[in-house]
Ligand binder design. Structure first.
Ligand SMILES: [Zn+2]
Length: 175
């Protein structure tokens, strides 16, 4: 899928393995998000991982995977945990200029948090017709009430992100 909505030097396609050929110097941080997603799967959590990066330095500020079961907390999605960690690290309730990489299309709750945090760009892997709230469902950033809409780039390492989720749910059905 190609849900790219904004112009600018973003990845049109990306293998998730490193530098995007379309934008010189552009580095994908989806491999780190995928690492977090795999770690979540190992904890028997839905395999979604997120990384928040300062594009000025390329340094990751926070990274997290889902922990809803472990914490008995329906809000403990990867994006929420990464935003909390980044805000705590920077001592700020907002993260302007920072980018969020996540393996799955954010849900409406996470999209609301992303808008509140004033994240600059969202790069996500697989679309989520069932629970996504960016290009599906509530389309939070397109809503007139959205105070801030990040640039959104979808389909980054999509096959790998989706395969991880499919394998997880297939194994759960077999269990
Ligand atoms: Zn979410």
């Amino acid at each position: 899928m190609s849900g790219r909505r904004a112009g600018g030097p973003g990845p049109a396609t990306d293998t998730g393995t490193g530098v995007d050929s379309g934008a010189p110097g552009f580095v994908s941080h989806m491999p780190a998000a995928l690492e977090e997603a795999r770690a979540a799967a190992a904890r028997h959590e839905t395999p979604v991982g997120a990384v928040i990066v300062d594009p000025a330095t390329g340094a990751p500020v926070a990274r997290a995977g889902n922990r809803t079961r472990e914490r008995a907390d329906p809000t403990a999605h990867a994006e929420i945990l990464a935003i909390r960690e980044a805000c705590a690290a920077l001592g700020s309730e907002r993260l302007p200029g920072l980018d969020l990489w996540v393996t799955l299309e954010p849900c409406a709750m996470c999209a609301g948090a992303i808008a509140a945090a004033r994240i600059r760009r969202v790069y996500y892997g697989a679309g989520d017709p069932k629970s996504g709230g960016v290009d599906n469902g509530a389309r939070v950033f397109a809503h007139p009430q959205a105070h801030h809409a990040p640039e959104v780039y979808s389909g980054i390492a999509e096959a790998e992100c989706a395969a991880l989720l499919r394998a997880f749910f297939a194994a759960r059905r077999r269990a």
